[in-house]
Design a protein around this ligand. Structure first.
Ligand code: LFC
Ligand code: MG
Length: 422
């Protein structure tokens, strides 16, 4: 049902609290707690109720403002509003003539709040949910539908040839990837060539990150990355020793004017280190790792700290099983902590998923929320057996003894070979 809003009523409701000095303070000595009380009527009979709080006489002015906004609301269906709620919010706050009264402050904003509160109330009633549940379910639904944004590292490992790089990159573009990470740090001229190649292929609006895996010292990191600034990387990952907090801070400071942030975390050994990185403004992207920190417990602490410092979390993944595990943590981060996707994405590497019973599902470059019970850690028994290093090494030991037995038949040659004197 679309619930078309057919009428907006607003009432001036006042409670004489000043008579007994309830609510009095140094500035407001005679407050009458009051409300501009809005009721939205719809064609379905469903109503939405909203209010804004005022102190007595001022309510009259808020009422006028609400009436002035009514024309922007009446005639709209709930469906129409919520399918572009941001647009509707802007419609109310950016009216060419009324905007002057604020903008987005004072009486006109109190009126906006009363009207929008009524719309939210209407929506929650239409869904049959208290508002908090509507909000919580909304982010869950969004994740279920769209998934969590991912970036790929699979196109540009350092050892890949340019040809391979091009092929993988064009395949990835076809599959909808828009965020790419390139390995750098071994040879500057190579890096410049490879990064230009990728940037040219992905175009200016896609996102590019670079990762040096701790290769440089601080000064070298700054000069090297400055040379790569032309390809506009969003971040440089692990520019130097993962333990060098002040070094990362210096790099962050030097690269900030170039619009390049510092990302680190895949080798950050515990939450105390993360705390110091955050306190020292030494990173602009927190890369939690599901397996380096003390599991979920310690990762949750880091997520909360990152939120406190308003630093986006972009988990490290790849390896084996890291994508499977960390997707749970980043979904929690979005639904319960950050509620923000700006500059946030989770690494994805296209290897070894086939060994897991619940492998990650990537759709249109997004992690789709896993549905199976558990933490997605279970490997296929067959894979474990096939790759069990102990079994492999006992197999190798047999070969080793056989090899030595053969040489025992030729003692002198054996001596020479074993001592390396040949
Ligand atoms: C040895 C590994 O593949 C690393 O290169 C990898 O973790 C990398 O740093 C990454 O960010 O994915
Ligand atoms: Mg890395």
């Amino acid at each position: 049902m679309s619930h078309k809003i057919v009428n907006l009523r607003v009432r001036d409701v006042r409670f004489p609290t000043s008579l007994e000095q309830h609510g009095s303070d140094a500035m407001h000595t005679d407050p009458d707690y009051s409300a501009a009380y809005v009721v939205l009527d719809t064609d379905s009979g469903l109503k939405g109720f909203g209010l804004t709080f005022t102190l007595g006489k001022g309510t009259e002015i808020v009422l006028c403002a609400v009436k002035a906004l009514a024309g922007l609301v009446i005639g709209k269906s709930l469906q129409e509003i919520v399918s572009n709620f941001r647009g509707f919010y802007r419609l109310l706050t950016s009216d060419g003539q009324m905007r002057w009264l604020g903008p987005e402050k004072g009486v006109i904003h109190l009126a906006t709040a009363a009207v929008l509160n009524a719309v939210w109330d209407l929506w929650a009633r239409a869904e049959g949910k208290p508002l908090w549940k509507l909000l919580v379910d909304m982010v869950k639904d969004q994740m279920l539908k769209e998934g969590y944004p991912a970036y790929t590292t699979s196109c540009a490992w350092l050892g890949y040839s340019d040809q391979q790089l091009k092929q993988l990159c064009s395949d990835a573009l076809k599959s909808g990837w828009t965020r790419f990470k390139v390995k750098v740090g071994a040879d500057l001229e190579d890096d410049i060539r490879r990064c230009r190649l990728i940037r040219q292929m992905i175009g200016p609006s896609s996102t590019l990150m670079i990762d040096a895996n701790q290769r440089w010292d601080v000064a070298e990191a700054i000069s090297w990355v400055s040379r790569l600034a032309e390809v506009k990387p969003l971040w440089i990952e692990e520019p130097t020793s993962p333990d060098d907090i002040l070094g990362h801070a210096a790099i962050s400071k030097a690269l900030a004017p170039l619009g390049i942030g510092v990302a680190t975390g895949e080798q950050c050994h515990n939450r105390v280190m993360f705390k110091q990185f955050l306190q020292a403004s030494a990173l602009q992207f927190v890369q939690i790792d599901s397996c380096r920190l003390g599991s979920v417990n310690e990762n949750l602490a880091v997520l909360l700290m990152a939120y406190k410092f308003q630093v986006p979390v972009c988990p490290h993944a790849g390896g084996v099983g890291l994508c499977e595990l960390v997707q749970h943590l980043i979904l929690f981060d979005y639904i319960c902590v950050s509620a923000d996707l700006r500059n946030r994405m989770c690494e994805y590497v296209d290897h070894l998923h086939e060994h897991f019973t619940s492998p990650v599902v990537i759709q249109d470059a997004h992690y789709m929320p896993p549905k199976d019970p558990g933490y997605s850690c279970e490997m296929l028994e067959e894979s474990v057996n096939r790759h069990d290093a102990l079994q492999l090494s006992s197999h190798h030991q047999n070969e080793f003894f056989f090899f030595h037995f053969i040489f025992l038949l030729f003692p002198f040659k054996y001596f020479v070979l074993m001592t390396g004197l040949h």
